[in-house]
Ligand binder design. Structure first.
Ligand code: GUN
Ligand code: ZN
Length: 434
């Protein structure tokens, strides 16, 4: 049995904040501690109380930093670590000019392995302990992704993109090969250790109806797997989808027809949805994934958080690297705040930090495992320094409340604010940062 007691300012959410000052939505211990036993959280509370319960256990003192559940990124592209920061194009041109050529390099297993190491280094440096990732069309990229995640004991979700048209041959599969490879990857990885599989038809444009049918078959055969795809991100994308699927009532109808909606289905972007699409998402429990830095970078549009919430659509938030411009969920929350400002909507600091922890965990149906510091959950924890930069320290001189401090972290923070990241109770950064 291995135990450790982490000491610091401990914050954990218990529910979605109902307002900017909802103190019922979280628990906070100014001199708090987290008892970790065999990778799980055994207790949380005041240090003065837990230190007796944990007599003799190693204490790791993170004061004066904040300890909270590790960040969850619900939409990211593993093979785009060298696509991020590519200039001058909107979605379809960006895919053709930068993304598909880069993803074609993942036919080389050695490249996959090297990039998987670099990818998880970045996630952990930015405080992200769970991600839902698209791998490339090559099954070797999925093996590299999950092998590296397992070596670090990370709870990661991912899957091979299925794409059999409107892309260069080097990143195309076929309906049958996409089915066969996805099937064997699911057998190999879904539920193996902390790994979970996401069936991943890239989007309607890059799949033939035959492949969409195969994706639907996989979904029906594996109802406990996730499904991820893209929806209504860009006007050119929507117009081309309508041309390719003339029978569809709207974009979502393509996915609906093939049985891809449901409470484990993640739809990236959801910016330009029609009313019928929103209702169908709400009725099926499907999840809209907000990707702020990507939506700004690719000029895609302004996501309507309040509109979706009011209709009962479930929502998550994500980076979408490499359309997104930063691995940091703090940067995503900051840009998300600004997008909602442009729409006359407001995202409170409590709601932000709820969203990237418990909120995203609930969207994934994993709140019994990650996203909080509840007893019995997995000890995935991020340690945050609100004075990480001189600008942050200067602003912190006038900060009086926890909410204000969280807003400083979100607005001015990035990987420099991440002091340590624990996965299943093990500190991850010393080996990466030296
Ligand atoms: N739509 C289909 N593929 C992609 C992708 O890789 N990134 C983004 N942002 N949108 C997509
Ligand atoms: Zn994406």
């Amino acid at each position: 049995m291995t135990s450790k007691l982490l000491r610091g300012r401990v914050l954990t959410f218990v529910d979605e904040p109902k307002g900017a000052r909802d103190e019922e939505s979280y628990r906070y211990f100014e001199d708090g501690s987290i008892l970790v036993v065999d990778g799980k959280i055994a207790a949380v509370g005041e240090y003065s109380r837990l230190k007796d319960e944990a007599a003799g256990v190693e204490v790791i003192d993170h004061r004066p930093h904040i300890l909270m559940a590790g960040f969850i990124d619900t939409h990211i592209h593993f093979p785009q670590v060298q696509v991020i920061a590519s200039w001058g194009a909107q979605l379809l041109d960006w895919l053709n000019t930068y993304t598909f050529p880069e993803e074609s390099k993942f036919s080389d297993p050695e490249h996959c392995t090297t990039m998987a190491g670099r990818f998880f280094d970045e996630l952990l440096k930015h405080g992200t302990t769970t991600a839902v990732a698209y791998c490339s069309v090559h099954d070797t990229s999925v093996d590299a992704y999950f092998t590296e995640a397992a070596a670090r004991n990370l709870r990661m979700i991912g899957g091979k993109v299925m794409m059999d048209r409107n892309a260069p041959e080097a990143v195309r599969d076929t309906p049958q090969s996409s089915y066969d490879q996805s099937k064997s990857l699911i057998a190999r990885w879904h539920g193996a250790g902390r790994a979970l599989y996401a069936i991943s038809p890239r989007f309607a444009i890059t799949s033939t109806p035959e492949q969409m049918e195969m994706a639907g078959t996989l979904a029906a055969e594996h109802p406990d797997c996730y499904i991820q795809t893209h929806l209504s991100e860009n006007h050119g994308e929507i117009a081309l989808t309508r041309e390719l699927y003339p029978w569809a009532r709207d974009y979502l109808d393509v996915y609906e027809r093939y049985g891809l909606l449901g409470p484990r289905s993640l739809f990236g972007h959801c910016i330009h949805l029609e009313d019928r699409e929103k209702s169908a998402m709400a009725e099926t429990g499907s999840i809209a994934v907000f990707c702020p830095t990507s939506n700004l970078f690719l000029g895609s549009g302004l996501y309507d958080e309040a509109g979706l919430r009011d209709l009962g659509v479930r929502r998550a938030i994500a980076t979408d690297v490499g359309g997104g411009t930063n691995y940091s969920m703090l940067r995503s929350l900051d840009e998300g705040y600004k997008i909602l400002q442009l729409r006359g909507q407001s995202l409170s600091p409590l709601n932000s930090f709820y969203w990237t922890t418990l909120g995203n965990a609930r969207a994934l149906g994993l709140e019994d495992k990650i996203g909080t510091l509840e007893m019995g959950t997995e000890a995935d924890i991020v340690v945050l320094d609100s004075r990480a930069t001189s600008a942050m320290a200067l602003r912190m001189e006038t900060v009086g409340t926890l909410s204000e401090e969280l807003f400083v972290l979100q607005t001015l923070g990035d990987d420099r604010a991440v002091v340590e990241t624990y996965s299943a109770g093990e500190a991850q950064l010393s080996g990466i940062r030296n």
